[in-house]
Each structure stands twice: as C-alpha cells, then as structure tokens.
Ligand binder design. Structure first.
Ligand code: AMP
Ligand code: MG
Length: 343
C-alpha cells in the first residue's frame, strides 16, 4: 500500500494506492479560489495553505482501513515551487518516521506521464506489467500551466523528451489570452466554455508551427497577436465577438499541439499515444488527438479528468509503475528539486 502526497503548486493532495486493486482513496484540496483574486498562484500564500491543509487530508486517509497497510510513502520532490514542495516533503518524512516505512521522491512530470495508464491498470491490476508491453514504445503529450512536452517511453521504460516549448506553456498561453480578454483565472476552462458557442475560424491567429522537422512549440507569438487584435477593436466589439475570439484563440493553441503530435506520430511505430496535464481537460484537444491516434492506428489514453490537474493518485501510481524514475531516499535524506526535468 502506497501513501502519496503532492504539493508542488496549488493543490494539496493525498492518495492511497494498492497495486493489487488500484487507487483506494484520493483527496485533493484545490487553492484555486484562494489565488483567483490575484490572477495567478501566489507562492507564499500557496505554501501557507499547504501547511494548513495537509493534516486534515492525512486524517481522511487515516480513517480508511487500508491506511493500516501502508508500506511506503511517496512524495513529489519536483519540479514545482520550492517552499510548496518542502511542505509535502516534511509531511512525508514525518509519516515515514511515524509509520516506520521508507519514503521515495517522485518526479511530478513523470507522474503526469504515467497518469494516462492509471485507468489501464485499474481494468486488470494483476497483469498490468505484461499488458504494458503492448503499449510501448509510447508517445506522450503533457500539457499544463507550466509545461508543454512531447516525450517517449521506450520498451525498457526509459523516458526521452522529444520537444518542449520555447516560451510559454500551452496552459499559460490560454491563461494569458483569457487575461487579455478580461476573463478570470484559470483561463483554459473559461476560454473553452465561452468559446463553445463561437466559430473557431472566425479569427486567424498564428499557429507558431515553424518547419515540419522542428517539433518544439512556441506560443508567445499567438498571445502577442491576440493583444494586437484586441487593440484594434472597441470594447463593445470585443464583447460582441467574445465567443468567436475564445473559439479561434483556443483553436490556434490546440492546432499547434495536434500538428506537432501528428508529426511525432509519423516518426516511429508507436504503440500508444497519451495525453495528460490540466489542458488535457479540453474536449477539443481530446477529440482531435483521439482522431489522430485512430488514423495512426495506435491506442489512445487520455488521463481521466480527476488525474489531469495536480493530484496524488498519479504520484502514488508513478511510485509503483515507474521503478526506474523514483528517487529512493537514504533514510530521510530527500531534498526538493524545483527544476527537476522529465528526463
Ligand atoms: P496544471 O498546470 O496541470 O495544474 O493545469 C492547469 C492549466 O490547465 C491551466 O493553465 C488551465 O488554464 C488549464 N486548463 C484547465 N482546464 C482546461 C480546459 N478545459 N481547457 C484548456 N485548458 C485547461
Ligand atoms: Mg501539474
């Protein structure tokens, strides 16, 4: 039984994972409401909120009969906000001491990468490792507020980064666009909701694609293009065309993601495609990538909605599934690594 803790940004989360059954309990406290008035995550406030939230979250896990079987603690060691990571790390070490079990550090990005396989495992936990072989090599796309990454997992479960963003992350581009449009934070879900009744080809925004051979993403030009467009419009015009603006802006972000993924899909005989991170909630993106996967004849696994945003379920799962990636602590010597790369 693995007890996992996640505190890399603005979610405090705890989960219990039984390799023989799957996730048996997941608890998340989101700080979105706390940061909303500030238009983004305020690190100092986030740290203090983690400090307040972990004791009650752990108490909820403790109330489950499965808690008695905990044999390992897993905690996000990076990447993330240093002080936030330190709160989860300190709680994990205290639990490891109290329960006399080992503690391991999990890379948050690798956990996002593995999150697409949580549902695959849950179907038949017993033979997951065998079935996993059918899905490798795997091509994955992580799209969140801080990262945009195309990566691969090969037959030996080794990770390689194929592409990342040269400037803004996809979620960041949506959040910044939403800010320019006068919507709230976080912007991604608002742009999707408002854009749902708009026309996605009403405005022509740049895709930042670059040459076909180049897989890296770039979203800063898109954001600038929206700013220039808005400067040329009156307030009334923006209000009248808000649905079209949202739909078109979102389409530009998603097209860039889909196009690069499509190029990467053609490069090798992948056996599965994964989609994870907060932006993976987006229905337009999910549908477009599912279609690309069908065309390329590979299995498509998108993280379940509860595992797209930050959560501890994926940390627990990665601690178990990603045996080459976890950081085993010598005793309690487990530092944080705010800039830890995926691979
Ligand atoms: P994360 O960094 O993984 O916690 O994810 C947060 C990011 O996901 C933010 O940039 C959000 O705007 C974005 N996001 C959340 N839901 C959606 C959605 N439905 N469509 C697009 N982006 C979204
Ligand atoms: Mg995240």
């Amino acid at each position: 039984m693995i007890l996992a803790l996640e505190s890399s940004c603005d979610e405090s989360a705890v989960a219990l994972f039984d390799p023989a059954r799957g996730l048996v309990g997941e608890w998340v406290h989101s700080q979105i409401a706390l940061h909303q008035p500030h238009g983004g995550v305020v690190p100092d406030m986030a740290t203090r909120e983690h400090l307040r939230q972990f004791a009650p979250l752990i108490a909820l896990a403790q109330a489950k009969p499965e808690f008695a079987a905990v044999s390992q603690i897993a905690v996000t060691h990076g990447p993330g906000l240093a002080a936030c990571l330190a709160i989860g790390g300190a709680a994990a070490k205290a639990l490891a001491l109290a329960l006399r079990v080992p503690v391991v550090g999990v890379n948050h990005l690798r956990a996002h990468a593995w999150s697409t396989f949580i549902a695959v495992h849950a179907v038949a936990p017993g033979d997951f490792s065998e079935r996993m072989k059918e899905y490798l090599p795997h091509l994955g796309l992580i799209v969140s507020g801080g990262n945009t990454l195309l990566f691969t997992i090969d037959e030996a479960r080794q990770f390689t980064v194929l592409a990342s963003t040269r400037d803004d992350a996809a979620g960041e581009a949506l959040d910044k666009g939403a800010k320019l449009l006068g919507l709230g934070y976080p912007g991604g879900p608002l742009v999707e909701k408002i854009g749902a009744s708009g026309k996605s080809d009403a405005f022509d925004f740049p895709r930042g694609n670059g040459p076909r051979s180049e897989l890296d993403f770039s979203f800063s030009g898109l954001k600038t293009s929206l700013r220039y467009r808005l400067e040329k419009m009156s307030e009334e015009e923006v209000a009248a065309r808000l649905t079209d603006l949202c739909a078109s802006y979102q389409q530009a972000v998603m097209d860039a993601l889909v196009r690069k993924t499509q190029v990467a899909l053609e490069r090798r005989g992948w056996r599965s495609l994964g989609l994870s991170g907060g932006v993976a909630n987006n229905a337009v993106l999910r549908a477009a990538l599912a279609a690309e996967a069908r065309r390329a004849k590979v299995d498509f696994f998108a993280a379940q909605p509860k595992h797209t945003g930050d959560n501890a379920g994926m940390i627990a799962f990665a601690a178990w599934a990603d045996s080459t990636g976890v950081r085993r602590a010598e005793g309690l010597d487990l530092g944080v690594e705010p800039n830890a790369p995926l691979a």
